[in-house]
Design a protein around this ligand. Sequence first.
Ligand SMILES: [Zn+2]
Length: 373
Amino acid sequence: MIRGNRSRDPREHTVTPEKQFPVIRSSHPGITGSPVSFGNQKSMNVNISNKPVDPSKLKIRQSLIKILTGSDLSRRRLPFMSISSPVPGPVVWLTACTHGDEVGGLVVIQEIFKLLQRRLVKGVVNAFPLMNPIGFETISRNITFSREDLNRSFPGNAEGSLGERIAYQIFSKIIQTAPTFLLDLHNDWKRSVPYVLLDRKSEAISGTAYDFSRRICQKTGFYVVEDTQEIRSSLTHNLIQQGIPAVTFELGESYVVNEKIIEYGVNSILRVLSDCQMVDLTFPPENYPLHDRYQSDQVLRYSDKPFCTRSGILRFLAKPGQIVNEGQPLAKIYNAFGKMQETLTAVNRGIVLGSSDSAVAFPGMSPMVFGIF
Ligand SMILES: [Zn+2]
């Protein structure tokens, strides 16, 4: 199954975001005010501090936003979380589980909020930890009732389809808070390495918000990959278009909670918050181990090529995290009698980011994705 921002949906939205969502510019330091963070420093200075914040000083809120009443009159709602310091600072959003089978980000948000209860020194962190509860409960990427991809439904429409209505509620709530930036947490194939995905620079998204998004990526400690297609209906694209920096995290495998990847995800977000001086860490967070031939300031290009040209059973010759050179064999396809049908080879030199959840090959299918050097 195709993950994250990978599912391409050519649907165009008729809603003009600028008209529907007037942006309230943040008065907090950050991208919409005086830039105080994400400078050019090569390494982050993670402080060692033994001064936990007094939790009674923080305002912690949990609430539910109604999205739908079912035919049995049950109410479907979106959980919303917020923690704010009395000291003004950036307004950061964390979002997860827009694809219902991508559950890791939900747990990352829960763990971040536990830590922030004693660590948030300034600013606000808001979260939608479970944006697609219907997909989550039915183990589906899409909103099962309407078969829509929520991350292809932004900025949404209050009078549109079910997906667009949910997207509208999410997008309106986020925009109203004048966010400094947003991190949208996804999970990729079962066999994949964590990476951050930057939307493709285009006429619609460029300038300060794009540049800031890129700098956030480079603070995460993960591989940084720029998309090669413009996805106009994703959450991050629409935010950047509104001048709000936004980054997609692809945190490894879907369906289950991989505890080690959760730890890397939590550490990565703490690094980003620490760089904005929103948390004062007691330990240097452990980074995901990157390939030694990847430099931390590199931005790779996303690629889902080569495509299969034959049907059959896929047997992989390269693993996620491995660097492959142009022409290197990646996988072989066999027919039901065991006769080899095709050898897929690398189109460019790059890092294997993930390989398909299934051994089934068919023509036009992308069995692996890459970050190209
Ligand atoms: Zn996703």
